[in-house]
Design a protein. Structure first.
Lengths: 399, 201
């Protein structure tokens, strides 16, 4: 996910953005600690773990109006609202989630947690290893998408959710949504997976590997052993710059930057200083990322993505979906070249072959993989329509 | 409560009569899902619709119908033989760029194929062309030619010729008069405004 969700500045007399109608407003993250042993898919064990999460809206009496939002590789639990009135930006999916929005918090109890292995408050490589008194680093257990999902299931049980009205996610979030429906079929009524895949492709693994190599080849990585405020900042920034390119598209980059030069750039073409706006932009992306993300978490989570392969895990994709009881909507985006429409279509087709209720819709956008974060009435209408079934249409039987 | 009421049409009714209850149905060119919803409500079918248009798919999803946005031949190729009990191609066949390909593929993935179309051989349609010299307009052909997808002016005689040529068995047929309501008295290629076929391999 890119960091450049643009927020138009409100006129001076308007109420503060966090109090705008349709906004969940100020929110406070909370921590849930599961105080039992947690066994990872790898067999490795943590004595307990913590997930940082946010909720919006209220759980109903029957405790079945909850919607779980699953975040992507570099996302976190803060998907809507504002942490403080001074925040520069709201949560990453604020355009989709809120009172009266496509995911309507007047109607639904929305939950989003930072994944296990993450670095935004959930237990991950930055957490302190009780055996050494120092951050786990690469002694942290290997994390998989099923591990992330199982950890979140403990949180949902803690919150008293009896059944999920839906689970929504884009990219890695889509993988979690599918995995949740596979592992807990009776717990999930609707799955909305966008810009995702059932099997990380060679190209996607390749991009992840370049990112990991950038981190691991940085001497400051030190085999994962570094202090919180130091670490492989150069490597992580390069990994982010490269990954960022895969989240957008040729057309969207050209529209945003073209070949425009930086204003204060050296007028000589014969220099390696920043010349083009796109270079400055990517450097900024890299720099802002290192201030909020941990390099080891990046290694772990990209590895979890690489390992995701429903076909291999269950023998076949149809067998993976055999037990699914939820209804699924898969959404692809034409310009997504990281998880292209074809891979999204294949998910819906496999579900249908397995005899499940599944739909596929495709949005024609040129924003690339990050299109799932798009401000689009078409997308909002689709999401709302899927979550809030209209009354059955009536037929006039008089012929 | 804001209710949406839709008119049941005679061709829907006939298709409904041919569909077995609780079967698996594929609707090619499902539009906003009117026919499929009718079959779900009256025959408890488990259905899926295919359409190219995002707005139509979105409308199907809004009413709770599984729907797939994309090419219908590519869709069908993803399924094993006889996966569907019935494939329906209602008011769609005239717009297909590869009708033979779609129909043969539909007969592979479906045990039966139902086709419904406007008969261009109907005498009024002939006169319309002969006298007015203009493209026909009706509930299926709602737009001017320049706002329409390319469409084949298929007739009943043409369609039956196609079935004979490809060795496709016509299990049932229904011909409706020019009002698309009453049964056609005879000479269907001349007197029927609308035709329905139930095909099998």
């Amino acid at each position: 996910m890119t960091d450049d969700v643009e927020i138009s500045s409100a006129p001076a007399e308007a109420p503060p953005r966090y109090r705008a109608s349709g906004d969940v407003g100020l929110v406070t993250p909370r921590d849930f600690t599961y105080r039992n042993e947690f066994r990872f898919q790898s067999g490795q064990i943590l004595p307990e773990f913590t997930l940082r999460y946010e909720t919006y809206g209220a759980l109903n009496a029957t405790r079945d109006n909850a919607i779980l939002i699953c975040h992507a590789l570099s996302g976190d639990h803060h998907c809507a609202g504002w942490h403080s009135p001074d925040d520069r930006k709201p949560g990453w999916w604020n355009n989709l989630i809120g009172p009266g929005k496509a995911v309507d918090t007047r109607r639904f109890y929305v939950i989003c947690a930072n994944v296990l292995g993450g670095c935004q408050g959930s237990t991950g490589p930055l957490s302190i290893n009780p055996q050494t008194g120092r951050p786990y680093g690469i002694l942290f257990p290997f994390v998989t998408i099923p591990d992330m999902v199982r950890a979140q299931k403990h949180l949902l049980e803690h919150l008293g959710v009896s059944e999920l009205h839906g689970v929504i996610g884009g990219s890695m979030g889509g993988m979690q949504a599918l995995q949740l429906a596979i592992e807990y079929p009776r717990f999930v009524r609707r799955v909305l997976a966008m810009a995702t895949t059932g099997r990380e492709s060679a190209q996607a693994i390749a991009f992840n590997e370049v990112g990991r190599q950038a981190i691991m080849q940085d001497p400051a990585w030190n085999r994962g052993d570094y202090a919180r405020e130091s670490g492989p900042r150069v490597g992580l920034a390069i990994a982010r710059m490269m990954a960022h390119i895969t989240y957008v598209s040729d057309a969207s980059m050209d529209r945003k930057f073209g070949r425009r030069k930086k204003e204060n750039a050296n007028t000589s073409a014969y220099t390696f200083d920043v010349q083009f706006e796109v270079e400055g932009y990517l450097r900024h992306q890299g720099q802002s990322f290192i201030n909020r993300f941990d390099a080891n978490s990046y290694l772990y989570i990209t590895r979890a993505l690489d390992q995701f392969d429903l076909t291999q895990a269950y023998g076949s994709i149809e067998r993976a979906f055999a037990g699914v009881e939820s209804e699924t909507l898969v959404v692809g985006f034409t310009s997504d070249w990281l998880f292209p429409p074809e891979q999204n279509r294949d998910l819906a087709l496999a579900l249908l072959r397995a005899g499940k209720r599944a739909s596929y819709a495709e949005l024609d956008t040129d924003l690339g993989h990050d299109s799932f974060l798009l401000e689009s009435e078409d997308l909002y209408g689709l999401v709302r329509g899927f979550l809030e079934r209209e009354q059955p249409y009536e037929f006039d039987y008089s012929i | 409560m804001n209710r949406t009421v839709e008119k049941r049409t005679v061709d829907m009714e006939i298709i409904g009569g041919w569909v077995e209850p609780n079967t698996r149905v594929l609707d090619l060119g499902c539009g906003k899902g009117t026919l499929l919803d009718f079959l779900v409500q009256t025959k408890k079918v488990s259905g899926v619709g295919v359409d190219l248009d995002f707005a139509k798919i979105s409308a199907c999803i809004r009413r709770g119908l599984p729907a797939y946005q994309g090419d219908m031949i590519a869709f069908m190729r993803a399924f094993p033989e006889k996966h569907f009990d019935r494939v329906i191609c209602s008011r769609t066949v005239q717009e297909l760029s590869d009708p033979t390909g779609v129909i043969l593929e539909a007969l592979r993935v479906g045990r039966a194929l139902t086709v419904g179309f406007v008969n261009h051989g109907f005498w009024k349609n002939r006169i319309n062309m002969l006298v007015r010299g203009r493209k026909i307009r009706n509930a299926v052909y709602t737009t001017e030619w320049f706002e329409s997808r390319p469409a084949n002016p298929v007739t009943i005689a043409d369609f039956e010729h196609f079935c004979a040529l490809k060795g496709i068995r016509i299990a049932r047929r229904a011909h409706l008069a020019g009002n698309w309501h009453d049964p056609c008295p005879g000479l269907p290629n001349l007197l029927a405004g609308y035709a329905l076929y139930d095909l099998a391999r």
